[in-house]
Design a protein around this ligand. Structure first.
Ligand SMILES: [Zn+2]
Length: 416
């Protein structure tokens, strides 16, 4: 909602329409609403789908954010009439409320390309007269990963990625996941969490607790700086523990079983791949070169798609990445890993062997795996690239075959 109603311009789609809009916006008694259409949308970031899109007027170049707050700008909404799929409450904004609308924008902010432009727009940038717009659904409970460097002085642990989510106001934090000793309190209702632990069952119907730093210390617990565990009952999550939010213990959970061995295998566990499958209909962001971004949470195992030899670790914009020179003569580049798993340059790897833990390092704004397939010709940039999209789709269909059977740069990469 805009703070002050004003006459909005529209695209010159015809004089009659202009007059109609002018009349519509000038009539104060008339509520400005979004209009639903039966258009399906799917969001590769959360795996959610919607069967309706709600068209609303919005400001030109409206900023879009990773969550319902202005912390991380991820994209810009260029069109003045855009569709939105749901709304969520977050930080208060200049529109006089705390409603934010979720949509896919037109251009990603630098470093946030992997989100494919999905983000939240504050209601102040929309031409709605009531927020949330009547009829539009509330976004499903969700958490979202964001880059943030935090460290816990109690344990010495630090994290470079956190999970934001909504929580009950005044939620209590505890020293252990058992509810025995309070260490502090969350005043904010939108907080970040770094890991989860299993402990006592609570009213949320499970035994999952999330770890974070609160806003206030409990009396006598000042030295802990308000770090503690919140029962999942106080969080608005879709599932507990939410996706791959890591366990707080030092022992990471064992990785899911690797894919079956074959000449070519998927680079991710099947469930993670299928969640990211919407990415296969896209060229690499902006179509700027031939590669694919698969949106997967930090910590997802990454497998070598083919047998070969690790030729080098790639860093810089690639983050923690590596290249495997396949037995088929092609080179496979994997980027943005959270960490290496001990596979060294010069080492032989089997198809399906884990080579990385996926992450958000290098030039990456959202956790994802970047995969690029090239015929090495002495210089990576000018080496011809093969279509990873169709190559992965064929494996998924159970018809693995050489990337050479699919188009190279210049062909149609996103077709089935
Ligand atoms: Zn990429």
């Amino acid at each position: 909602m805009h703070p002050h109603p004003r006459l909005r311009s529209a695209r010159p789609a015809g004089l009659a329409l202009l007059f109609a809009l002018a009349w519509f916006h000038a009539a104060p008694a008339e509520a400005t609403r979004c209009t639903p259409r039966n258009e399906e949308r799917s969001d590769p970031n959360t795996g959610q789908r919607w069967s309706q899109s709600w068209y609303c007027g919005n400001d030109a170049s409206a900023p879009m954010f990773a969550g319902p707050n202005p912390a991380s700008r991820v994209a810009t909404l260029q069109s003045r009439q855009s569709w939105f799929v749901c709304w969520r409450r977050g930080d208060a904004h200049a529109g006089g409320n705390d409603v934010w609308y979720y949509t896919q924008g037109d251009s990603a902010a630098a470093g946030w390309e992997a989100r494919r432009g999905w983000g939240y727009v504050p209601a102040v940038a929309l031409a709605t007269s009531v927020d949330p717009d009547p009829g539009m659904p509330e976004c499903q409970p969700d958490m979202w990963q964001a880059r943030k460097q935090v460290s816990d002085p109690n344990t010495g642990r630090s994290w470079s990625t956190v999970w934001y989510g909504r929580n009950d106001a005044g939620a209590t934090l505890y020293l252990a996941p058992d509810g025995a000793t309070a260490t502090g309190r969350l005043d904010s209702t939108l907080s970040y969490f770094v890991c989860h632990a299993r402990g006592a069952r609570h009213g949320g119907g499970n035994d999952v607790w999330y770890y974070t730093q609160g806003d206030r210390s409990a009396p006598g617990q000042e030295a802990r700086r308000a770090w503690g565990y919140v029962p999942a009952q106080n969080l608005h999550t879709r599932s507990d523990p939410y996706d791959s939010i890591p366990a707080c213990g030092d022992n990471p959970a064992p990785p899911p079983p690797p894919p079956p061995a074959g000449p070519y295998v998927l680079p991710l566990p099947l469930d993670a791949f299928e969640r990211a499958i919407g990415s296969l209909t896209n060229n690499h962001w902006g179509g700027n070169y031939w590669a694919i971004d698969l949106l997967v949470p930090v910590g997802t195992p990454v497998y070598s798609v083919s047998a070969g030899v690790v030729s080098n670790y790639s860093q810089g914009t690639c983050g923690n990445g590596l290249t495997v020179r396949g037995d088929d003569g092609l080179s496979y580049l994997y980027c943005h890993g959270d960490s290496y798993v001990g596979v060294q340059p010069g080492q032989r790897v089997a198809a399906g062997q884990q080579i990385l833990r996926s992450g958000n390092t290098g030039q990456s704004g959202a956790p994802h795996l970047h995969l690029e397939i090239k015929q090495w010709s002495g210089d990576w940039g000018s080496s011809p690239a093969w279509c990873a999209q169709r190559f992965l789709r064929a494996i998924h269909r159970g018809q693995p075959q050489s990337p050479r059977n699919f188009p190279a740069s210049g062909g149609d990469c996103t077709a089935p």
